[in-house]
Design a protein around this ligand. Structure first.
Ligand SMILES: C[S@@+](CC[C@H](N)C(=O)[O-])C[C@H]1O[C@@H](n2cnc3c(N)ncnc32)[C@H](O)[C@@H]1O
Length: 320
């Protein structure tokens, strides 16, 4: 039986945050039981969902307690997550990169020495007030005109011109590298079903980047965790189908993407972190693969959605 409960609420409420703990594989918990410990996870998977700003909550996690961080931050200037502390709505993409460096500094602190970061970041175009109905600047889902109007002006940095592809994934990757991360791989996620774009002056976008970073030059990576169908070492080009499991969130990533990162970057019972938890895809897959997970999410309605998803996750959750 899965039981959601509110641990550490007393402590965290004073900081204006709420923690939701969801037990994973077995057992129930009550407020009287000992609080879950991110180091304890040998006997059962635990999922902890923290509601608040990652920049505030990550410093509260113990150092070297997490094996792998798998995450997808908001893309710059695309969606409005309706919170003053949201990342992605900065007036300039330079500030966005700096904010991500700040978040991932804390991630590096909480990672074990042999830990890894799997980071999916999207790109966008510098536009002169334009939005359009397709492409990274499109008015889609919960995109609000306010964010669009502010961010779709050509940003006054990097020599960007109207219609320039900003190259944000690599700008973030280089900034993290300069900050101390070891950049080990760029994986190209090829979308079997890409968002249609009615563009006539460039090819339709159908890929995104996933970067593998490590804290140290040597790190835990299981080359047998996921193989090519031929049995060869997995390549850095992942062709993935659509996945509607994150319905209710405008930007959920596919479970298969997370499954691969978890199997390559961790062992059963390890702790997986997602500082931009969204609808809880990372925690759902972690639970099924018998890992513990910590999610941080600013928006409480997405945190509640995660709680429900994690509660009903089982082996079938991965039959995408
Ligand atoms: C791209 S979505 C993540 C989607 C997630 N991978 C999934 O599969 O559902 C990014 C999330 O980061 C959250 N977010 C934005 N700024 C944040 C911040 N400062 N701290 C924590 N979460 C934040 C947003 O509310 C949004 O749900």
């Amino acid at each position: 039986m899965i039981s959601a409960w509110h641990a550490k609420i007393g402590m965290m409420k004073s900081a204006g945050h709420v923690a939701i703990n969801t037990l994973g594989e077995s057992g129930t918990a009550s407020a009287e039981e000992p609080k879950p410990d991110v180091h304890a996870g040998k006997s059962r998977a635990q999922v902890k969902i923290l509601v608040g700003d990652s920049r505030v909550l990550l410093p509260t996690l113990p150092e070297e307690s997490v094996q792998s961080c798998i995450t997808s931050p908001p893309y710059w200037g695309l969606r409005d997550y309706d919170h003053p502390s949201q990342i992605g709505a900065e007036p300039s993409p330079e500030q966005y990169v700096q904010n991500l460096v700040q978040v991932f500094q804390q991630v590096r602190r909480v990672l074990k020495k042999d830990g890894t970061l799997w980071l999916n970041v999207g790109d966008g175009y510098a536009r002169n007030g334009g939005t359009g109905n397709c492409g990274p600047n499109a008015v889609v889902g919960n995109t609000k005109k306010l964010v669009q109007r502010r961010n779709c002006k050509v940003p006054d940095c990097w020599g960007l011109k109207d219609r320039d592809l900003m190259g944000l994934p690599w700008r973030v990757a280089f900034a993290l590298q300069a900050d101390g991360w070891v950049l080990r791989s760029r994986i190209t996620w090829v979308k079997k079903t890409a968002m249609p774009e009615s563009v006539r002056n460039r090819p339709t976008n159908a890929t995104e980047d996933i970067f593998l970073f490590s804290k140290m030059p040597t790190y835990y990576y299981d080359p047998h965790g996921v193989r090519e169908p031929s049995g060869a070492n997995l390549r850095n080009c992942w062709i993935l189908g659509p996945d509607i499991s994150g319905a209710g969130h405008p930007a959920a990533y596919p479970r298969e993407l997370v499954r691969r990162c978890i199997l390559l970057g961790s062992r059963p019972h390890d702790v997986i972190l997602d500082p931009f938890g969204g609808s809880g895809t990372t925690a759902e897959v972690a639970k099924v693969l018998r890992r513990s997970a910590i999610l941080i999410e600013l928006n409480s309605s997405y945190a509640n959605l995660s709680e429900k998803r994690v509660g009903s996750a089982n082996q079938e959750s991965l039959w995408v």
